[in-house]
Write a protein that binds this ligand. Structure first.
Ligand SMILES: Cc1ncc(C[n+]2csc(CCOP(=O)(O)OP(=O)(O)O)c2C)c(N)n1
Ligand SMILES: [Mg+2]
Length: 359
């Protein structure tokens, strides 16, 4: 017997649970402007998240998937991307979308049941939210193929959850990206749950990152509560994608600090105290501790920031609530370039219903 190959999965963390910096931290960890920007964004994301849950509870929003506790993953990914890159999101991606230029009110609009919220105009190359679990890594492969074919220097970023990595689509996507050598970064937000299915029942593999090995591409684990690690590892992966058409898998390890969505009740399956224990690692307080160490933050600055975020979110809520619904017949407007005759009658019928309902 001889060993013909061996593999390692690295784990990256620069800011530990107590906000202490490691010796091998990247320059980003000393870039105060960049750190403050990341901090502000994470607080903004948590503010809109809290508000969205409250809106749902009072009947003003549909089912909503909280991003609580996972802010560093989404904010960090969005921060590392270039505008010219292509983003292929899933439903929990608010922190990234904000940085892709999607308005807060638009995000609320989508979760309020209006598809116009899913039509991103600022980076038109980005894909809409993907709600079918695990489909978007394959879409990213298609986009990556186009980028390579056109010899562009852009990366494609696909986001999915830990549960999605058990789908055949995920394996097919990373396999294709490896063999064709595509500039796709597959990010996994491992929040430890796929609704009620814990990570331990998702796979017998020690890490999700090691799935990359079978696809012949690098895979690594990143502390998803450490925004410095998320940004830096993303930057490195994106550079390799753009320069060398090298795909990779980044497993961001974090914890879902809320029910799966507002339609779920995690107290029925989540063991008591786990969430509280995990909360000690949460990303915002950790960065705050570090900012305090650097002496670039204060209680006063915190109060001002919270007030600014609340005002921005309130403004978005007003815009969202003031958006008139689409006319009923608009459901016919986006399916065909020119509407087949058989639908004209139905469209007119709906128009009539609408006229009547408006008195
Ligand atoms: C193809 C498909 N199967 C099932 C569902 C129902 N569903 C919605 S979210 C979810 C769990 C996904 O978990 P994970 O991939 O870990 O992402 P998370 O929501 O935890 O971020 C499931 C099974 C779906 N949306 N699509
Ligand atoms: Mg999950």
């Amino acid at each position: 017997m001889k060993i013909i190959d061996q593999f390692e999965i690295p784990y990256y963390q620069y800011l530990d649970e107590k906000g202490r910096l490691s010796n091998d931290a990247p320059a980003l960890a000393k870039d105060t402007e960049a750190l403050l920007k990341l901090y502000r964004l994470m607080v903004l994301v948590r503010t809109i998240d809290t508000k969205a849950i409250a809106l749902q509870r009072t009947g003003k929003l549909g089912t909503y998937p909280s991003t609580r506790g996972q802010e560093a993953v989404f904010v960090g990914v969005g921060n590392a991307m270039a505008q010219s890159d292509i983003f292929v999101p899933y439903y929990r991606d608010i922190g990234t979308l904000i940085q892709r230029g999607v308005k807060l009110s638009q995000i609320l609009l989508y979760w309020g049941g209006d598809e116009r919220g899913n039509c991103f105009t600022t980076n038109a190359q980005d894909f809409p939210f993907s709600v079918p679990v695990g489909s978007q890594p394959l879409h990213a492969v298609g986009a990556g193929y186009a980028v390579k074919y056109r010899k562009e220097k852009r990366a494609v970023v696909s986001m999915c959850g830990d549960g999605a990595t058990s789908q055949g689509d995920f394996y097919e996507a990373i396999n294709a990206a490896g063999i064709i050598k595509l500039p796709v970064v597959f990010v996994i937000c491992n929040n430890q749950w796929a609704i009620s299915v814990p990570r331990s029942q998702q796979t017998a593999a020690h890490t999700l990152a090691q799935k990359a090995i079978a696809a012949g591409i690098p895979g690594e684990q990143v502390d998803g509560n450490d925004v410095v690690a998320v940004v830096y590892r993303m930057q490195e992966a994106l550079a390799r994608a753009r320069e060398k058409n090298e795909a990779c898998v980044l497993e961001m390890v974090c914890y879902r600090q809320h029910d799966h969505t507002t339609a779920d009740d995690a107290s029925r399956y989540e063991q008591k105290n786990v969430r509280e224990d995990e909360w000690k690692k949460e990303p915002i307080a950790r960065l705050r501790t570090y900012l305090d160490t650097l002496k670039i933050w204060s209680d006063q600055a915190q109060q001002t920031l919270e007030a600014e975020c609340s005002a921005e979110v309130d403004q978005a809520v007003q815009e969202y609530l003031a958006t008139p619904p689409q006319p009923l017949e608009s459901m016919f407007d986006y399916l065909y370039a020119s509407l087949p005759d058989i639908y004209h009658e139905q469209r007119d019928l709906l128009k009539g219903v609408e006229r009547e309902s408006h008195g």
